[in-house]
Design a protein around this ligand. Structure first.
Ligand SMILES: [Ca+2]
Ligand SMILES: [Ca+2]
Length: 160
């Protein structure tokens, strides 16, 4: 079961949460949420991701994330809300990343960009900020304001 759960997590269980205007992590109780697929996954990290308000800031590329803390890291998890156009200019959206451990104090995030452009957008993504929280604890805000990806090949960047 443990092996199966790892595979399922590796396939990326990033849930879109409804609403984008408020950072509602205080209201999320990890103990209240149990994955219908995997009872071993107990920690739901809430991410508020903001794309900058500059020309060509948006992207349709595939974006994955790893969250790291004092106790370890999550698996590489895709950030993809079904039916939603992720990472458009001047938008903020909430995502959930599952972890099998409490990461402890959040230390860094690593963003993986697949480098793929779409017919609508060039690949480069101007990521403004990422807020990470587990319930009301372990909060950290990453003020990034950096271009990520866009050279046609996969790339990654870590932010502390
Ligand atoms: Ca772009
Ligand atoms: Ca997009």
């Amino acid at each position: 079961m443990k092996k199966i759960s790892k595979i399922m997590t590796a396939f990326g269980i990033a849930f879109a949460l409804t609403g984008t205007s408020a950072f509602a992590a205080e209201n999320v109780q990890s103990s209240d949420q149990v994955s219908p697929l995997n009872n071993n996954v107990n920690y739901y990290y809430i991410l508020e991701i903001k794309t900058a308000d500059v020309s060509k800031a948006g992207t349709d590329s595939g974006i994955d994330i790893v969250i790291s803390g004092a106790n370890g890291s999550t698996l590489i998890t895709p950030l993809d809300s079904p039916g939603h156009n992720d990472f458009e200019r001047n938008t903020t959206h909430l995502y959930s990343v599952q972890s099998q451990i409490d990461l402890g104090a959040i230390s860094s995030i690593t963003i993986y960009h697949d480098g793929a452009a779409s017919i609508f957008e060039d690949a480069a993504w101007r990521l403004e900020s990422v807020k990470v929280a587990l319930g009301g604890t372990h909060k950290k805000t990453f003020n990034i304001n950096t271009w990520i990806g866009g050279n046609g090949t996969p790339s990654s960047a870590t932010f502390n």
